[in-house]
Design a protein around this ligand. Structure first.
Ligand SMILES: NC(=O)c1ccc[n+]([C@@H]2O[C@H](COP(=O)([O-])OP(=O)(O)OC[C@H]3O[C@@H](n4cnc5c(N)ncnc54)[C@H](O)[C@@H]3O)[C@@H](O)[C@H]2O)c1
Ligand SMILES: O=P(O)(O)OC[C@H](O)CO
Length: 393
């Protein structure tokens, strides 16, 4: 029996027109892989790369140094000229490391056609402002339609065409008409989702190896992408320190609780946290040495300083910055994130790994679920004054 036969027949949905000309802004590993996705999906694809050497290397028939094991398909037009990349584009994917997105987006805004939507593919929170990437784009590209693409997706595997599923969220998912069942009536929301920018981006990029899911929760999706990087560093640290397999499971589980608290404090929804951009990306990044964040943590755990762990890397380690941005935002909102705090304190040299581990393990004992009210916290029998609570500022 086929998959189609085994499930009830879906309602017919309107045909959604894909975007035809896609500009990918940012030719690091992820931008290059996403350009390959767009090319495979049959879109006219241009890839803007900031580094002239990378453009020259690809044009000379070589490979992008940011994705050195993969040929760039001939159908992708590679350029270092932003105006050329955006000329005639009807969609742009912004694949710029989070701390540089503001500056690059301002340049995109100068060249992009009015109303051309952008898809944010970066994972992080801006250091100077504590803003999510969607908030940065709203400031720099006011009024421009935007979506977010995130989820468990190592660039190299996507470039190889390995099966990958991601979440695409856009904010234009409004019920199509007033509905007496309220704005979250599933039928009305389902219809709105189909008419959304997220859906159009999904049909633009979907292939037999790249499967997007739709969401209207940009905040939940964004917080997942930023926080998982910090938690992957925590898992790397534990592995590098030789602490066995148990801490990884604990960090993923309790880290997910941190992620959920921050997402909800910012207006995101808890179910997004259990989706691809939350637990999906968290489990991927916390479990693989393909992750730059995990391997950064691994080096710290083996005794390297943060500078030594980053030395010689052209690749971005978003979590190294986002440990600071995530915890600063959490503190401002009164959200407890002890594992992320510990990672930040270790990177800053304020706490050594063993002291951080002891501090985490001896925090007050409380119910696992905060749904169990009232929340009772009991002093841990082995606790000292918690190092974590004194680490910062
Ligand atoms: N690599 C992945 O597997 C992957 C997957 C999903 C999401 N992401 C996210 O995509 C974003 C880009 O990461 P990547 O992996 O493509 O990068 P990368 O590590 O492969 O390459 C570094 C990138 O940083 C850019 N860069 C360096 N200095 C800059 C500056 N001063 N101004 C502007 N840009 C500068 C380079 O041009 C290059 O594009 C990050 O937010 C990352 O979290 C990456
Ligand atoms: O290599 P990392 O740790 O930046 O992770 C890459 C992607 O975000 C995984 O989804």
């Amino acid at each position: 029996m086929s998959i189609e036969e085994s499930s009830s027949a879906p309602e017919p949905v309107p045909v959604i027109t894909p975007f035809r000309r896609v500009a990918v802004i940012g030719g690091g590993a992820w931008g290059s892989a996403l350009a390959m996705v767009a090319d495979r999906a049959g879109r006219e694809t241009r890839l803007w790369i900031r580094e002239a050497e990378a453009v020259a290397a690809i044009r000379a028939g070589g490979r992008n140094p940011f994705l050195p094991d993969h040929d760039m398909p001939a159908g992708i037009s590679v350029t270092g000229d932003m105006g050329q990349a955006l000329d005639g584009a009807d969609l742009a994917l912004l694949v710029i490391p989070s701390q540089f997105l503001r500056a690059m987006a301002a340049e995109v805004e100068r060249h992009a056609a009015p109303g051309m939507p952008v898809v944010i593919c970066s994972k992080g929170i801006e250091r100077d402002t504590g803003l999510l990437m969607t908030q940065v784009i709203a400031e720099v590209m006011p009024g421009r339609p935007q979506a977010v693409l995130s989820g468990p997706s190592f660039a190299a595997e996507v470039a190889e065409g390995q099966p990958t599923a991601v979440t695409i969220a856009s904010a234009d998912v409004q019920p199509l008409e007033d509905d007496e069942d309220g704005p979250l009536d599933p039928e009305s929301m389902g219809a709105a989702l189909v008419a959304s920018l997220a859906a159009r981006v999904a049909v633009t990029l979907g292939t037999t190896s790249f499967r997007p899911y739709l969401s209207d929760d940009l905040t939940g999706v964004e917080v997942g992408g930023a926080v998982k990087n910090v938690l992957a560093i925590a898992c790397g640290i534990a592995a590098g320190r030789g602490l066995g397999s148990n801490p990884r499971a604990a960090i993923i589980t309790r880290g997910l609780a941190e992620l959920k608290r921050l997402a909800q404090a910012l207006g995101g929804r808890r179910e997004t946290v259990t989706g691809l951009a939350g637990i999906g990306d968290l489990t991927l990044t916390c479990s693989s040495e393909q992750s730059r964040n995990f391997t950064f943590g691994l080096a710290l755990g083996r005794g390297a300083t943060p500078d030594e762990a980053l030395a010689g890397k052209s690749a971005v380690v978003e979590g190294a910055v986002n440990a600071e941005t995530v915890t600063a935002l959490a503190r401002r909102l009164g959200v407890e994130m002890p594992i992320s705090e510990a990672v930040h304190a270790i990177i800053r040299g304020r706490l050594d790994i063993d002291a951080a581990m002891t501090a985490l393990l001896t925090r007050p004992i409380r119910a696992e679920s905060r749904a169990l009210e009232p929340v009772v916290a009991i002093d841990h029998p082995a606790s000292r004054a918690s190092d974590l609570e004194t680490t910062d500022a």
